[in-house]
Design a protein around this ligand. Structure first.
Ligand SMILES: [Zn+2]
Length: 538
């Protein structure tokens, strides 16, 4: 038996993504154990694993020291990685043996972070599958994309997350600025002290909503008219007031770790989208703070908000022939739709297309559906009933689409060429850094600039690709010819149901632009555009 001189810890992991995960814990441990024996390492560690089941267990003669993480941890905050690092720092080892790169972490930046933390304890990271030169150049080539800049950012983020969770577990409010109505103060309950001035506004808002039968919109108007600033010093909006009324902090219950942001890849391009999701309730850390609103008022407000949400949901089911198709001639923004309930002596609901400054439009006005929909629809019917007109418009719009497509494709080609150029510059940069011709600081600065340019290009490319996808293809337009025939059949048969009418408008790509004075609408689509008079004849 050879006496080992060198000590190694074994690390193994199964990830959340079971489908892509081919390695069970026992397989990983067996491979690492074999590797250690071949290289003359003795296995050390304070945690033991049963080699048959792969489960953590107490030390026995037949168990193996190993650090194992299952899928309950996130990529960055894994319990066994942390205890292993603790062991390496206190007891020390010469190496950590891992089956393969992706067992330490799938994400190259996270992997580099962990590698550096392990290396900082004096241990090397050894991969059973695949070995890499331990020169600076080998390190760079191992993961060209694992830029140091990103690694450092991540490291900073990680430290901050660990710090915040620690603070929350000690019962202090943690995230950024204090909520409206409070000031940060470590010495008080939950780390939040009531600010009497703004807390009075909070109480008044809750009372107005719960007892004075005020609407959110009405309260926003009152606060802004009185010049009361919101949390960050801005004017109040429906959204900010709604958020305030829903905040459990005012009832004395704050939470940390309630939501998290996930990167959602689309699986085809490299584009990453971010999505905010609620965490599992077991991960949420509650923090008790001083309440501002009494429990009864708070609950009454929640019930009223729930009730109104339900009412709005039901109202949204009202049929709007043109929703999403109406735009303002002046600011170009899309009109929204709204139903006013029957009241004030009017015994029918008023369906309206609205334009509102509070929604970012250029002015406040609305046009009733009863006034807008009939003239637009009869204009469309005229187009549909005239086969010659339909064919002419079809040809014209097809030609226009072809031109648009050609331009967009050309622009896209240019952008893609620029992206290739950036890639080459980056490869060159890595080369001169590896040759020692520039300092790390210079490398990082140039690297950051390249990343920024790349981000801008990628955004432009994405915007054009979206535009291209939205353009109707020749196939769509051809099917419209056949569709026109069918439609004439439908007209002959009598009344057309609402949903069918809407479908017809959508297939024709109808877009309605309303003049600023609400007297005319220009209707365009895959036909010759026409103007429509909106002054009611009745
Ligand atoms: Zn406008």
């Amino acid at each position: 038996m050879t006496k080992s001189i060198m000590r190694a810890a074994i690390y193994a992991r199964v990830s959340q993504d079971v489908q892509r995960d081919n390695y069970s814990i026992p397989t990983q441990i067996a491979a690492c154990q074999k590797y250690a024996k071949e290289k003359g390492y003795g296995i050390v560690g304070a945690q033991h694993v049963d080699p048959e089941t792969g489960r953590d267990t107490k030390a026995r003669p037949d168990t193996i020291p190993a650090y194992v993480d299952d899928h309950s941890g996130t990529e960055l905050l894994r319990p066994s990685v942390l205890t292993m690092l603790e062991y390496l720092r206190t007891e020390g080892a010469d190496a950590v043996i891992v089956l393969s790169l992706d067992r330490l972490a799938r994400d190259p930046y996270i992997r580099q972070t962990l590698e550096r933390e392990i290396e900082a304890t004096g241990a090397r990271v050894l991969y059973v599958q695949g070995s890499y030169a331990e020169t600076p150049e080998g390190e760079i080539h191992k993961d060209l994309d694992g830029a140091f800049a990103k690694w450092e950012n991540l490291k900073r983020a990680e430290r901050s997350v660990r710090g915040k969770i620690g603070k929350a577990q000690r019962g202090l409010f943690v995230v950024g600025a204090a909520p409206y109505g409070y000031d940060l103060d470590k010495s008080t309950k939950g780390g939040l002290r009531v600010n009497e001035e703004t807390a009075a506004v909070v109480r008044r808002v809750f009372t107005m909503y719960a007892e004075d039968e005020q609407t959110i919109r009405g309260i926003v108007r009152i606060l802004n008219a009185e010049g009361i600033a919101s949390a960050r010093g801005y004017t109040w909006t429906n959204a900010s007031l709604h958020k305030l009324l829903r905040s459990e902090t005012y009832a004395g219950r704050a939470f940390y770790n309630k939501r998290t942001t996930l990167d959602v890849g689309d699986g085809i391009t490299q584009a990453k989208r971010r999505k905010v999701v609620n965490r599992d309730p077991s991960e949420v850390i509650p923090i008790a703070v001083t309440s501002i609103v009494d429990g009864v008022t708070f609950e009454r407000v929640q019930r009223k908000l729930d009730f109104n949400r339900e009412a709005i949901r039901q109202r949204a089911r009202r049929f709007y022939l043109l929703s999403g198709m109406v735009f303002c001639a002046k600011c170009g923004r899309r009109y929204t739709v709204q139903t006013e309930p029957a009241r004030n002596g009017r015994d029918w609901e008023a369906r309206q297309y609205r334009h509102r400054q509070s929604d970012g439009h250029c002015a406040d006005h609305m046009i009733s559906a009863r006034k807008l929909e009939p003239p637009i629809w009869s204009g469309i019917v005229k187009v549909l009933l005239d086969p010659a007109e339909l064919a002419r418009g079809h040809e014209a719009s097809l030609a226009a689409q072809r031109e648009k497509l050609a331009q967009a494709r050309e622009h896209l080609d240019t952008l893609r060429r620029n992206l290739t150029r950036l890639d080459k510059r980056q490869a060159g940069l890595v080369r001169i850094y590896a040759d020692g011709d520039i300092s790390r600081a210079e490398y990082l600065a140039q690297r950051t600039e390249l990343d920024r340019e790349r981000g801008e290009l990628a955004a432009q490319i994405q915007a054009i690709e979206e535009q291209l996808a939205a353009l109707p293809s020749e196939g769509d337009l051809e099917s419209l010819q056949a569709f026109g025939e069918d439609i004439r059949g439908v007209f002959a048969a009598g009344d057309i149901p609402d949903e069918t009418r809407r479908e017809i408008l959508q297939k024709m790509n109808v877009r309605i632009v309303i003049s600023e004075d609400h007297t005319t609408a220009t209707v365009s689509g895959i036909f010759q555009a026409f103007d429509c008079c909106l002054l009611s004849k009745s």
